[in-house]
Design a protein around this ligand. Structure first.
Ligand SMILES: [Zn+2]
Length: 159
């Protein structure tokens, strides 16, 4: 008899997440198509999505910071291989988008452009779904906004 080394079993897990104060502020803003981060009072880094405390300084981040929906692609990867549960049709580009005024990039999708045109330094703007939900996925993707590419030096510490 051969040993069983794998099996497939469909599973479904339904759960409810209780957002804290900072996440509630962020998700409430998303419902209004706004992006709100938080600034560390010690190192002044702006985190988005916001963090209750700075991971570097351990200081409480109590200052909300309104961020624009424009940013720069700092790095990216093109997904060309299909896999189970995939929500998008390959090929598509996953990217780190550093919003203007933020110090940490968001992981999101770059769309509305051929994946071969996606590059480091590409300037992008958020494209929202018509009716935002309390999730960062309310931004359908970031798309090139026609601005000249950002110089590598302007975002190299965020790559
Ligand atoms: Zn800090």
């Amino acid at each position: 008899m051969k040993p069983v080394t794998e099996f497939r079993s469909p599973t479904k897990l339904t759960y409810t997440v209780s957002a804290g104060t900072v996440a509630t502020e962020f998700l409430s803003a998303i419902l209004q198509r706004r992006i709100v981060g938080r600034r560390c009072p010690v190192c002044t880094k702006v985190y988005v999505p916001p963090r209750p405390a700075c991971p570097t300084c351990a200081a409480l981040c109590e200052e909300p910071v309104e961020l624009p929906e424009t940013g720069t692609v700092t790095t990216f990867s093109v997904v060309r291989i299909p896999f189970p549960g995939q929500l998008l049709e390959p090929p598509y580009a996953c990217a780190h988008v550093l919003l203007d005024g933020a110090d940490v990039p968001l992981l999101h999708i770059v769309g509305g452009v051929d994946v071969n045109q996606v590059r480091m330094g590409l300037r992008v703007t958020a494209v929202w779904y018509e009716e935002p939900q309390p999730t960062l996925a309310s931004i359908r993707y970031f798309t090139p906004n026609g601005e000249p590419d950002a110089d590598y030096a302007s975002f190299r510490e965020h790559v």
